[in-house]
Design a protein around this ligand. Structure first.
Ligand code: NDP
Ligand code: MG
Ligand code: MG
Length: 341
């Protein structure tokens, strides 16, 4: 059984005795900064010159300073800018301001695991990774609950990195739900694999393929949308509550039998073999290299793919349909329906 930690295992005063810099004020950044502040922690937000996020942070009463100044003032630096810019921010603004005994924190192990950031020896290196989008991390905290975190220590220079990481997790609400111990390598490789082959890559393309099959066979796109996308949430909620077993218990016998006989026709051994190929490219660093090389070139492949995928016919059908039903509407303020950003 994985090692788990709860509120009683963590001492909030550890992080309350430090000065924390949150670098970036996006999905995770705003949630960490606000939850820490509400837990009585000394927080400043580090942003680049002319940052669009600065006004939002300031509207919450947070102090916003340039990244280098935040790193200089703080002794715990949590990097919550996008993964592909972290190594540049680190090299230019953070590394020159690190002191022995400081701690550098991440919410995803990408840059450490693939060697894009190598902190000096005297510095603690830890990860506190909430297992939810930032807006959920904040919402749950405000409601008195928390999102589970996974926590890792890559470098324990002070001998106290673990207590510090657990204390940080408590301050953002993680130990209310429960914290699981992992390593940077395990978190990075499983996170990338999960999002690429199941959660995001697998699911998005499964839904698109199902929609294409139905509409190409002449069925109405609106009906296809309900059958392959809208109902997905109801199925996933059941899986989330009680596993695949609860989902199969709740659906009709017809659906359950169809699951057993047709599921393996679609998701066959070839799918698993290709998933192993995806995992191999993650482990070898090939995926990371491709992603970073594209980003460094101005993200031509990424932007082209984003545009092409946003143009899939299921999006127009869904957008139109959702505008007619009362259940529509994202609860995440920053998302603008129909935008690609
Ligand atoms: P976001 O894309 O939401 O971060 C945006 C923030 O980063 C903005 O404040 C933006 O400021 C700032 N930023 C962007 N580019 C730069 C730059 N070049 N220099 C300085 N600041 C910049 O990030 P996420 O919250 O999605 O991800 C942060 C980390 O958390 C990542 O390591 C990610 O893997 C991890 N994570 C994310 C999860 C999520 O829910 N999204 C879940 C778990 C982990 P500006 O206004 O200036 O553009
Ligand atoms: Mg991820
Ligand atoms: Mg049905």
């Amino acid at each position: 059984m994985a090692e788990m930690f709860y509120d009683d295992d963590a001492d909030l005063s550890v992080i309350q005795g430090r000065k924390v810099a949150i670098i970036g004020y996006g999905s995770q950044g705003h949630a960490h900064a606000l939850n820490l502040r509400d837990s009585g922690v000394d927080v400043r937000v580090g942003l680049r010159e002319g940052s669009k996020s600065a006004a939002k942070a300031e509207a919450e009463g947070l102090r916003v300073v340039p990244v280098a100044q935040a790193a200089q003032e703080a002794d715990v630096i949590m990097i919550l800018a996008p993964d592909q810019v972290q190594r540049i921010l680190y090299r230019e603004d953070i590394e020159p301001n690190l002191q022995p005994g400081d701690a550098i924190f991440f919410a995803h192990g990408f840059n450490i695991r693939f060697g894009y950031i190598t902190p000096p020896e005297g510095v603690d290196v830890a990860m506190v990774a909430p297992k939810a989008p930032g807006h959920t991390v904040r919402r749950e905290f405000v409601d008195g609950r928390g999102i589970p975190d996974i926590v890792a220590v890559e470098q324990d220079a002070t001998g106290k990195a673990w207590d510090l990481a657990l204390s940080y997790a408590k301050a953002i609400g993680g130990t209310r739900a429960g914290v699981i111990k992992t390593t940077f390598t395990e978190e990075t490789e499983t996170d990338l694999f999960g999002e690429q082959s199941v959660l995001c890559g697998g699911m998005s393309h499964l839904v698109q393929a199902g929609f294409e099959v139905l509409t190409e066979a002449g069925y109405q796109p609106e009906i296809a949308y309900f059958e392959v996308l809208h109902e997905l949430k109801l199925i996933v909620d059941l899986m989330w509550e009680g596993g695949i077993a609860k989902q199969r218990w709740s659906i009709s016998d017809t659906a359950e039998y169809g699951d057993y006989v047709s599921g393996p026709r679609v998701i066959d051994a070839g799918v698993k073999e290709r998933m192993q190929g995806v995992l191999a490219d993650i482990q070898s660093g090939a995926f990371a290299e491709r992603f970073i090389a594209d980003q460094d070139a101005g993200a031509p492949e990424f932007l082209k793919l984003r545009e092409a995928e946003a143009g899939h016919p299921i999006e127009a059908t869904g957008k139109e349909l959702r505008s007619h039903f009362s259940w529509s509407g994202s609860r995440d303020e920053d998302y603008v329906e129909g935008s690609a950003a």
